[in-house]
Design a protein around this ligand. Structure first.
Ligand code: URP
Ligand code: ZN
Ligand code: ZN
Ligand code: ZN
Length: 468
């Protein structure tokens, strides 16, 4: 095995910041020692490779627990494949993704999961796991959930939105939650009242309101809050935990906060687009607003403060991207003249770690909270910790050497995502990924990418770390 020493950096985990050298042997971290200490000197003398981290942060690789590579949606597919999307993730300091395999209506979970393995296997540059989207909860799907948990697919997303596509009614949701209560899985919820939203969509279109702005108007914050409330109550009845994805509305945060204050195992996730962008983007001229169509939708600026506050108080615990890119020129175009046909989703897998670091620079969160939100908590939430999400003896050597002073401008000109726009185009941020190790292998260093498709491995996940 070959040894690497990551030397002289400030090692930041969710709980500590220390000036330490990190000894990596093969794929794992084996030890940390104070920089300049006698053991650290010895490691440096005998190491096969030294990664100089002076003046840099040394952080666990990002864990993006919500991506949709090649996801079918609205008659097209998300434009990043597992190959291009995981490469872009690596450029942005993310070393693990959890993507969503999809059960098609009338098909088994097994078929869906096999199809996603076939798409991802041999393609990924970084490690990857799967959640399973339940689109058709019936007796056999419920039984299959148990088998999937045994294979490391331990979380199941359901949709209260998108009737006729991914939508599950309350009865199906309750049954799946009951199953999760018995097999230890974590139910994930897209909480928007899709039945009511569809009425508002039809009314808007009938009145000739067809442009992207109306996407934001029909997906009312109260319909996010209502669904969040209902999902929480259903999970309580079932005795299951709940993870609410892509929370964007103040009123939905309030539902999660209240449940958590009552001691209920409810967790919330938000995404950079809700923290850094507002509904105003949907009003951009020349159909450019379509670039910002995602669900839940971008909200008015006042919602952002609630999200930041909830990230500080842990009422929201994870920041994932919901990376689901569609090219503006060829794919978002499908919804010109009918906003409801715009493929829903935005790119972001490459930008998350930097945007969250910008929040550190701006004093919104601490450095340790940055690491916790971007890496440690998602790893714990989805049963990958302590292998992922920390820098400690025994952990996979997924490590990012981060330059906290480098300046960069986010842009489609320079990003690596396979999509023709960047949602944060022109935004200046401080901080940049310099070096990325994935299981001990340097896959990115100083602007040179040396990763390759197929080196990433499937991660069979355990159950949620927060449930005892
Ligand atoms: O607009 C979004 N979020 N697209 C991806 C699918 C989902 O609901 O997460
Ligand atoms: Zn030094
Ligand atoms: Zn969703
Ligand atoms: Zn999603």
């Amino acid at each position: 095995m070959s040894t690497t020493v990551i030397r002289g950096g400030l090692v930041i985990t969710a709980t500590e910041e220390t000036r330490s050298d990190v000894l990596v042997d093969g794929e794992r971290v084996v030890a940390l020692a104070a920089h300049g200490s006698e053991p650290a000197q010895r490691w440096a003398e005998s190491a096969d490779r030294i990664v100089d981290a002076e003046e840099h942060y040394v952080i666990p690789g990002g864990v993006d627990a919500h991506t949709h590579m090649e996801m079918p949606f609205g008659g097209t597919f998300a434009s990043d494949t597992f190959e291009t999307g995981t490469r872009a993730a690596a450029w942005g300091g993310t070393t693990t993704i959890v993507d969503f395999a999809i059960q098609s209506i009338g098909r088994s979970l097994r078929e869906g999961l096999d199809a996603w393995h076939a798409k991802a296997d041999g393609q990924c540059a970084i490690d990857y796991g799967f959640h399973m989207i339940l689109s058709d909860v019936d007796d056999s799907a419920l039984k299959e959930m148990d088998a999937l948990v045994g294979e490391g697919v331990t979380s199941f997303k359901m949709f209260m939105a998108y009737p006729g596509v991914f939508y599950s009614d309350d009865g199906r949701i309750l049954r799946a939650m009951q199953q999760a209560a018995s097999n230890g899985a974590l139910p994930m919820m897209h909480a928007e009242n899709g039945i009511a939203i569809d009425v508002l969509v039809q009314q808007a279109l009938a009145a000739g309101r067809t442009d992207p702005r109306h996407h934001g108007r029909v997906r009312h914050p109260l319909l996010e809050a209502e669904a969040t409330h209902r999902a929480i109550q259903l999970s309580r009845v079932a005795g299951a935990p709940l993870y609410v994805v892509h929370v964007s509305a103040t009123e939905a945060v309030a539902e999660i906060t209240r449940a958590r204050d009552d001691g209920i195992a409810v967790f919330g996730e938000t995404c950079p687009q809700y923290l850094f962008l507002t509904v105003d983007e949907l009003a951009r001229p020349d159909f450019e607003g379509a670039k910002f169509v995602c669900s839940t939708p971008l909200r008015p600026a006042e919602h952002q403060e609630s999200l930041w506050r909830a990230l500080r108080t842990d009422d929201l615990s994870v920041v994932s991207t919901d990376h689901c890119p569609f090219c503006f020129a060829s794919q978002k175009e499908l919804g010109r003249g009918d906003f409801s046909k715009i493929p829903n989703g935005m790119p972001g897998v490459e930008n998350r770690v930097d945007l969250l670091h910008q929040a550190v620079v701006e004093g919104r969160i601490s450095r340790r909270r940055w690491v916790e939100l971007a890496s440690t908590t998602p790893a714990r939430m989805f049963g990958m910790h302590p292998r992922k999400g920390t820098i400690a003896p025994g952990a996979d050597a997924d490590v990012v050497v981060y330059d906290p002073r480098a300046e960069q401008v986010l842009s489609a000109e320079t990003h690596h995502m396979n999509v023709d726009y960047n949602a944060y185009e022109g935004r200046r941020v401080t901080g940049r990924v310099r070096t990325v190790l994935s299981r001990g292998e340097v896959i990115l260093d100083d602007g040179t990418y040396t990763g390759r498709a197929g080196r990433g491995r499937f991660v069979a996940r355990g159950t949620c770390d927060y449930l005892g």
